[in-house]
Design a protein around this ligand. Structure first.
Ligand SMILES: C[S@@+](CC[C@H](N)C(=O)[O-])C[C@H]1O[C@@H](n2cnc3c(N)ncnc32)[C@H](O)[C@@H]1O
Length: 254
């Protein structure tokens, strides 16, 4: 109990020098910061350096997700990947660094600008294509363009999950793979941001049902196997319990 209290009250510096605790960061996150929750993404340096990065190793999380995506690439080739809600590119750049061509889609040019700068610094410019687009509208891609679709910590901003899944399915080649980590900590924000409100299904089982309804086949064994292995890997990689994802790995049907 004393250890828990110490962890929750630990102080973290933020760029504007204010001290924030883990607990206050978590509370801000759950209540949506008075409707200003998207502001962080307009300031990508704050996003990258900011309070959340003190909570857990985001790069470790991205490595775990990239491991899962890589283990499940369709047809075993270097497939074209779409990263939805790519942000400043923590996952896109991890996959690009593993030689996959990645299209990084995000709502904010500011986030993508920082992603492009990091791609340049890492010599990955020709592997990453930034695309500014709203994932709650039609995706600006052709049918069947991608072998793999990934999305990390962006589903909390999805308004209509059925529509989002329909678009993900449309832009995937038959047999393509969707890798969607589901986080317990996203339940409240996702319900808050969804058109469905509190009725937005957010449990792993409900997410799986929606994915099945959208024309995917869910590989339950793969999902369970990966959830176990990734949870373990992420544990070793210093990610707190509420940021350990359950994975849904699904295959697009014709
Ligand atoms: C928590 S961040 C995750 C970013 C990145 N995937 C990562 O793990 O670091 C959520 C991202 O979703 C993006 N986003 C929010 N609403 C969006 C929308 N409607 N369409 C596309 N991207 C959106 C934000 O700009 C932000 O970059």
């Amino acid at each position: 109990m004393a250890i828990l209290a110490r962890i929750m009250s630990e102080q973290y510096p933020t760029p504007n020098k204010k001290q924030k605790t883990r607990a206050s960061i978590l509370i801000d996150y759950l209540i949506g910061r008075d409707g200003h929750e998207l502001d962080t993404y307009r300031d990508p340096e704050l996003y990258d350096k900011g309070a959340h990065s003190h909570l857990y190793r985001r790069d470790n999380l991205a490595r775990g997700v990239a491991d899962v995506a890589e283990q499940h690439m369709p047809h075993g080739h270097k497939t074209k990947v779409l990263d939805i809600g790519a942000g400043t590119g923590i996952l896109s750049l991890e996959l690009a660094g593993r030689d996959y061509p990645v299209t990084a889609m995000d709502l904010f040019a500011s986030q993508l600008g920082r992603l492009s700068k990091k791609a340049e610094d890492q010599g990955l410019t020709d592997k990453v294509t930034p695309v500014e687009a709203d994932m709650n509208c039609e995706f600006p891609f052709e049918d069947g363009e991608f072998g793999t679709v990934v999305s990390l910590r962006a589903n909390r901003y999805v308004k209509n999950f059925g529509h989002w899944l329909g678009e993900a399915h449309r832009v995937m080649e038959p047999g393509g793979t969707l890798v969607l980590p589901v986080f317990a900590v996203d339940i409240v924000p996702w319900k808050r941001n969804s058109d469905e409100g509190i009725y937005q299904p957010t449990s792993r089982n409900a997410v799986i049902r929606a994915i099945l309804d959208s024309g995917f086949e869910v590989d339950e064994q793969a999902s369970v196997r990966y959830s176990q292995s990734v949870n373990q890997n992420l544990g070793q990689r210093d990610v707190p319990f509420y940021y350990k994802p359950s994975f849904v790995v699904a295959e697009a049907q014709q």
